[in-house]
Write a protein that binds this ligand. Structure first.
Ligand SMILES: Cc1cc2nc3c(=O)[nH]c(=O)nc-3n(C[C@H](O)[C@H](O)[C@H](O)COP(=O)(O)OP(=O)(O)OC[C@H]3O[C@@H](n4cnc5c(N)ncnc54)[C@H](O)[C@@H]3O)c2cc1C
Length: 388
C-alpha cells in the first residue's frame, strides 16, 4: 500500500469507478457524497449502455470511447446488462438519407452496424410504427442506472476505500497554493469536520463547477438537463433510437415492465435548479410515438429531469447543449497555479471506467505512484456486496 491519501468528491459513477481504480493501485481513498451514492445524475439517466452509435456522425471521439467501454463493461460486470442490442429506426425519407452517413460513421468508430429491412425490423420489434422504412442494428444494451455503478463502489469498499454518503464538502482546505483536504458536514449529525488529503479529486459531475469555485479555479462545465418519461408497458425489447441527428424523444429504453423515453436538452447555471417543463414531457410522448405508436396512450409512471456534465464554456446561453461533445476530460489545476487538486468531468455513465482510468493516471503521476491501471480486467463484485 502507498501511504498517499486521496479524497474524491462526488459519489456518482465517476467517483465510484475512480475509488475502485485508485484502491487497486494501492492508494488510500475516502469518497464523500452529499446524498446517497448515485443520487446525482448517475441514478437518474435512461439506463442505456451506449454503443456509441448515437454519436458516430458528429462526435466520433465520444462514440469511440462508448464502444470501447461498452465492450469492457460487459466483460468486467457480467450479469449487469440485458444483451438486447438496439435499433436505429428510419420513419421518414430524411431519416433514410441520414442512414448513409450513420452507417459510415459507425464503421469509422468500430461500431458493428447491420442494415435491416422494414420486415426484418418489425420481426424483431412488432410494435414499431408501420411507417418504419428501414433500421440499423447496433450493440446498445439496457442497464440499471444505479446497480451498475454500485458494483464499482462495492469492489472499492472491499479493497479498503472509505465511502461516506450524506457527507457534503463545504470548503476545500489549502496551505498557500496547495490543497490539503476538505471540510465536510455530516448530514446525519450536522457535525462538521476536516479530512486531510495528499490530493483531492473533484468528481462532482454537473456540480464540479461549484466545487472548483471553492478553490478559485475554472472548469469549463455546462450543466445540461434533459427530461425523461417512464410509461407503463414494455413497448420494445431492444433499445429503440430515431435514425437521425439527436433530438427530443428519440430514445426509448425498455426497463423491466416500463419504457423510458428521453430526452430533451437545455442548459442551466445551477444543477440544483432544473425544473420539469410540461411541454418537454409532451414532446417525449409525441416523438417517442413516432417510432412506437403505442406510447401515445401509455399511462405515465414517472417523469423527471437530470443534468449532464458537459464540457463547454460556462455561462454561454445561446445554445441547447446538443452541440457539445459527450467526451470527458481530466484537468490538473496546477496549470492555474493550484497544486493537489484535479477535476474529472464530462463523459457518459457508459464511460465511467475510462474516465476513472484517465483521472487515476493523472493522480498517480502527480503522487509518483508507479502502478498500472487494472480495471479493464478485474471482474467487479455484485452490487449487493455494497450493502453487505
Ligand atoms: C437526461 C440524461 C440522460 C442520460 N442518459 C444516459 C444513458 O442512458 N446512458 C449513459 O451512459 N449516460 C447517460 N447520461 C449521462 C450520465 O448520466 C452522466 O454522464 C453520468 O451519470 C455522470 O456521472 P458523474 O459521476 O460524473 O456525475 P453525478 O452522478 O452527478 O455525480 C456527482 C455527485 O457529486 C455529488 N456532489 C455535488 N456536490 C457535492 C458536494 N459539495 N459534496 C459532496 N458531494 C457532492 C452529487 O450529489 C452527485 O451525486 C444521461 C444524462 C442525462 C442528463
Amino acid at each position: 500500500m502507498s501511504h498517499f491519501h486521496v479524497v474524491i468528491i462526488g459519489g456518482g459513477g465517476t467517483g465510484g469507478a475512480l475509488a475502485h481504480d485508485l484502491t487497486l493501485r494501492g492508494l488510500k481513498v475516502t469518497l464523500v457524497e452529499r446524498g446517497e451514492v448515485t443520487s446525482g445524475t448517475t441514478g437518474r439517466h435512461h439506463g442505456l449502455l451506449h454503443s456509441g452509435a448515437r454519436y458516430a456522425v458528429k462526435d466520433k471521439e465520444s462514440a469511440i470511447e462508448c464502444i470501447e467501454e461498452n465492450t469492457i463493461l460487459r466483460r468486467i460486470a457480467p450479469g449487469t446488462f440485458e444483451e438486447n442490442d438496439g435499433l436505429f429506426v428510419a420513419v421518414t425519407d430524411e431519416d433514410v438519407a441520414y442512414s448513409h452517413s450513420f452507417i459510415e460513421g459507425c464503421g469509422d468508430c468500430g461500431i458493428p452496424a447491420q442494415r435491416l429491412t422494414k420486415e426484418e425490423a418489425l420481426r424483431l420489434e412488432p410494435n414499431l410504427s408501420e411507417k418504419t422504412i428501414m433500421a440499423v442494428r447496433i450493440p446498445d444494451a439496457t442497464m440499471d442506472a444505479m446497480r451498475m455503478p454500485l458494483r464499482f463502489f462495492a469492489t472499492a469498499k472491499k479493497n479498503g476505500a472509505s465511502v461516506k454518503p450524506y457527507t457534503e464538502v463545504r470548503e476545500i482546505l489549502r496551505q498557500g497554493n496547495t490543497v490539503t483536504g476538505v471540510k465536510v458536514v455530516d448530514h446525519t449529525s450536522e457535525k462538521s469536520y476536516e479530512i486531510g488529503a495528499d490530493l483531492v479529486v473533484n468528481a462532482a459531475g454537473p456540480w464540479c463547477g461549484k466545487i472548483a469555485d471553492m478553490v478559485g479555479v475554472e472548469v469549463p462545465i455546462r450543466p445540461s438537463p434533459g427530461v425523461m418519461v417512464a410509461v407503463r408497458g414494455r413497448w420494445c425489447n431492444m433499445v429503440i433510437n430515431r435514425l437521425n441527428t439527436s433530438s427530443d424523444g428519440d430514445i426509448v429504453v425498455p426497463q423491466r415492465g416500463l419504457s423510458v423515453i428521453g430526452t430533451s436538452s437545455w442548459v442551466v447555471d445551477d444543477p440544483d435548479k432544473l425544473g420539469l417543463p410540461s411541454d418537454h414531457i409532451q414532446a417525449m410522448y409525441d416523438h417517442g410515438a413516432l417510432m412506437l405508436p403505442a406510447i401515445k396512450d401509455a399511462p405515465m409512471r414517472a417523469a423527471w429531469s437530470a443534468a449532464r456534465p458537459l464540457i463547454g464554456p460556462r455561462k454561454a446561453d445561446a445554445d441547447t447543449g446538443r452541440e457539445l461533445s459527450r467526451t470527458f476530460k481530466c484537468f490538473d489545476h496546477i496549470d492555474e497555479g493550484v497544486e493537489g487538486f484535479v477535476t474529472i468531468t464530462g463523459g457518459k455513465a457508459t464511460t465511467l471506467r475510462g474516465m476513472a482510468e484517465a483521472a487515476a493516471n493523472v493522480v498517480c503521476q502527480k503522487l509518483g505512484v508507479d502502478e498500472p491501471c487494472r480495471t479493464r480486467d478485474v471482474v467487479l463484485l455484485p452490487y449487493t456486496a455494497y450493502y453487505a
